[in-house]
Design a protein around this ligand. Structure first.
Ligand SMILES: Nc1ncnc2c1ncn2[C@@H]1O[C@H](COP(=O)(O)OP(=O)(O)OP(=O)(O)O)[C@@H](O)[C@H]1O
Ligand SMILES: [Mg+2]
Length: 290
């Protein structure tokens, strides 16, 4: 989500509200509001970029996701915590189309039904996902990895001919700066530290300008210094993108979080500031008190 898009959405919403507030005999104005957004266009006017309602998934009778409801605001950085097996990764699998739920609703904005889209389609809509293990191309340089991220979804022949245009080169330079690797531009990705590889992979996602970024245990295996720089990176992305971050590292969560959602047994156990959820008796019992 770019601030531009958010501003446009808010402006459209305000105009529609002003129209709806005017008296109308025909009801035509209220009806026109429903036509403001075209199918497939991201509509965040209702203040939600992601909306999940009563989602269920079973694996061989085991309820991995069990009545999960959750929503995320545009530009929000939401932290998700919870015990092993709570369903955190499975939730991301559902949002990205890797796993199909047995029941429930999953919407991107208020009009895009994600359950009608497949995994590549969902990535194209603007949902980027970072798995725990870095998956950069080790034999290519940092620059080449970022350049490659621009080529995905193009055919082989088109990829061979591909050269970034001016705007894309600007974007590349901006992303290099964001992920704090400008001096490593020609370094082979295989020579980077674990933390740097993770940042490069996040950079590759950013090249696609995702509106929503899902990050599963991004600081696992990082040094304290790398963890702190990752916190700075995520805080800098907040507002420009919406982020959903799953982590077990509580000091990292404390550093970056506004609202924390606690998942347990496939549904939301508690939600609030980190202080609020850490004081919750049930959360202490199932997770923090171990
Ligand atoms: N494809 C699958 N087939 C069968 N069971 C699965 C599958 N995916 C997940 N599960 C089960 O669903 C439950 C939830 O798993 P999930 O990986 O979502 O938990 P998690 O909250 O991400 O845990 P962790 O903190 O350990 O990463 C687990 O019991 C897991 O074994
Ligand atoms: Mg997991």
């Amino acid at each position: 989500m770019t601030p531009d898009l958010m501003a446009q959405g808010a402006e459209r919403y305000q105009k529609a509200q002003a129209k709806a507030a005017q008296p109308s005999e025909s009801g035509g104005r209220a009806a026109s509001y429903a036509r403001l957004h075209q199918a497939g266009e991201l509509d965040v006017a209702h203040g939600r970029i992601l909306y999940m309602e009563d989602v269920h998934v079973s694996f061989d009778g085991f309820k991995a996701i069990n009545g999960l409801s959750l929503d995320i605001a545009p530009g929000e950085l939401r932290c998700i915590i919870g015990p092993n097996g709570a369903g955190k990764t499975t939730m991301m699998d559902i949002i990205t189309g890797k796993t199909r739920p047995d029941a429930g609703r999953v919407f991107f904005g208020s009009t895009i039904d994600l359950l009608r889209h497949n995994e590549p389609g969902i990535a194209q809509l603007g949902i980027g996902r970072k798995f725990q293990k870095p998956t950069v191309f080790e034999h290519l340089s940092v620059y080449e990895n970022l350049e490659l991220a621009l080529k995905t979804n193009k055919g082989v022949a088109a990829s061979m001919r591909f050269r970034p245009n001016g705007a894309q080169r600007d974007r590349l330079a901006e992303v290099l700066h964001t992920i704090q690797l400008p001096t490593a531009v020609n370094t082979l990705a295989g020579l980077l530290s674990h933390g740097q590889k993770q940042w490069l992979e996040i950079g590759m996602l950013l090249m696609q300008e995702p509106k929503l970024l899902l990050l599963d245990e991004p600081v696992a295996g990082m040094t304290d210094h790398e963890t702190e720089r990752t916190a700075e990176l995520f805080l800098s992305l907040k507002g420009k993108h919406s982020l959903m971050v799953v982590e077990h590292d509580m000091s990292f969560i404390r550093r970056i979080s506004d609202i924390v959602t606690v998942l347990c047994d496939g549904s939301v156990l508690a939600q609030g500031t980190l202080d609020q959820v850490q004081a919750n008796e049930r959360v202490i019992e199932v997770y923090l008190g171990r």
